[in-house]
Design a protein around this ligand. Structure first.
Ligand SMILES: Cc1ncc(COP(=O)(O)O)c(C=O)c1O
Length: 401
């Protein structure tokens, strides 16, 4: 008899992405002819800028080749200029071009942590941190934040209590996916102070840097001089240039050991894509001209979602100040069951909504069961209609019980 082959515990224990696990139901709903508002995934509907598309269309070299592992020098320079526009100074040698933000996060975790080490995260957090830490054998140690306080950080002592001998880093996503929270200067100063006191790295996921509303100011961890040598910036063009499929991002740090370590992982995977790297250069060199316009558009979407949600009895949420997500507490026991029901059983005027149940954005078991994340990635009129459909769906769903 053949031996039973067993895959690794890290593969067995890694979670499926809660964002993608209901896709088979979505496909079935579409097959039935339903018009589904897809609010489960951060895939913007905005056109990728012509400057990127044209660079790809007009690529005229004879070989699509490997590029230097840390990135094509012209692309590293373009990122340097991009950061400089935000007052953040990196030298080209401090920037590694990665296969989007995802690879930058994996490189950062594997560069600063050994298997079994711990990283502090604020939950709810970007769900794929679970998958990345499973790959790296790293344990995420969650610090809870609450819908009632707009998911802002708890007191310093609450965070410090979670720090152990194995803690290597604090991972902070600002503005936050999935909550839309923009951390204040004071909150970030507190993270910097804690990191300094306990000698921790700060992994700063700032892929939504530009997405701030209502005159809110975004502070980068790099704005804090005392944090600079312990910070790793994790970045990506995916959202800010509506170019998720380009798969280009970067890891940037002033810490030489970090760059030396991550360089080895970058060399092991040889290079990031050549054509796509080059395609991002024009936008990186002059990013604000584009992002200013789209942030205005996202604000309209945010307002449409928030207004729509205010009309739904029994829900709880605060207005998100950044990114393009909102985490909402619903008047249901199981947001997963509700999500499934929306796709399998419900329609209103042939329409329904696809949501991301928020439990998968928590590391603590049992939390977020009655919460969902909405990505406001569709036009404001569509978001308005989607919130109406959600309201009617909740009334109907709750009538069942
Ligand atoms: C907070 C955050 N970080 C990183 C990523 C990774 O994105 P990408 O790999 O497309 O850069 C995402 C994608 O949704 C995200 O929301």
């Amino acid at each position: 008899m053949a031996k039973i082959l067993k895959t690794s515990s890290r593969a067995i224990n890694a979670p499926l992405s809660p964002i993608r696990k209901f896709v088979p139901l979505l496909q079935k709903a579409k097959k039935r002819g339903l018009d589904v508002f897809e609010l489960h995934i951060g895939q913007p509907d905005l056109k990728t800028p012509a400057a990127i598309l044209n660079k790809i269309k007009n690529f005229d070299e004879k070989i699509i080749r490997y590029t230097p592992s840390n990135g094509i020098p012209e692309v590293q320079s373009a990122w340097k200029k991009y950061f400089k526009d935000f007052g953040i100074n990196f030298d080209e040698s401090e920037i590694i071009i990665t296969v989007a933000g995802s690879e930058a996060i994996v490189f950062a975790l594997t560069t600063v942590c050994d298997p079994g080490d711990e990283v502090i995260v604020f939950e709810p957090f970007y769900t794929n941190y679970n998958g990345f830490s499973a790959m790296a054998g790293v344990k995420l140690v969650p610090v809870r934040t609450l819908v009632s306080t707009g998911f802002h950080l708890p007191k310093r002592a609450v965070i410090e209590k979670k720090i152990s001998k194995k803690t290597k880093a604090i991972l902070v996503c600002n503005p936050s996916n999935p909550t839309g929270t923009v951390y204040s200067k004071k909150e970030l100063q507190m993270i910097v102070d804690v990191a300094k006191k306990h000698d921790l790295f700060i992994l700063a996921d700032e892929v939504y840097r530009e997405f701030v509303y209502d005159g809110e100011k975004h502070y980068s961890i790099m704005d804090f001089p005392k944090a600079r040598l312990r910070t790793i910036i994790l970045d990506s063009v995916s959202k800010r240039f509506s170019a998720c499929g380009v798969r280009i991002g970067c890891l940037a740090s002033k810490n030489k050991d970090v760059i030396n370590g991550a360089t080895k992982f970058a060399q092991a995977r040889l290079s990031s894509p050549m054509v796509e790297q080059l395609a991002t250069v024009p936008l990186l060199l002059n990013s604000k001209a584009y992002t200013k316009k789209i942030v205005k558009e996202y604000k309209k979407r945010r307002d449409a979602v928030y207004e729509g949600l205010q009309k739904i009895p029994g829900i709880q949420c605060l207005k998100p100040k950044g990114a393009f997500y909102i985490t909402v507490k619903l008047p249901v026991k199981s947001a997963e069951d509700f999500t499934r029901w929306l796709l399998a059983k419900f329609s209103y005027n042939n329409q329904t909504v696809m949501l991301a149940p928020a439990a998968g954005f928590y590391a603590s078991k049992g939390l977020g069961k009655d919460e969902i994340r909405i990505a406001f990635v569709l036009s404001a009129p569509k978001m308005k209609q989607a919130m109406k459909v959600l309201r009617i769906a909740l009334e109907k769903y709750n009538d069942k019980f």
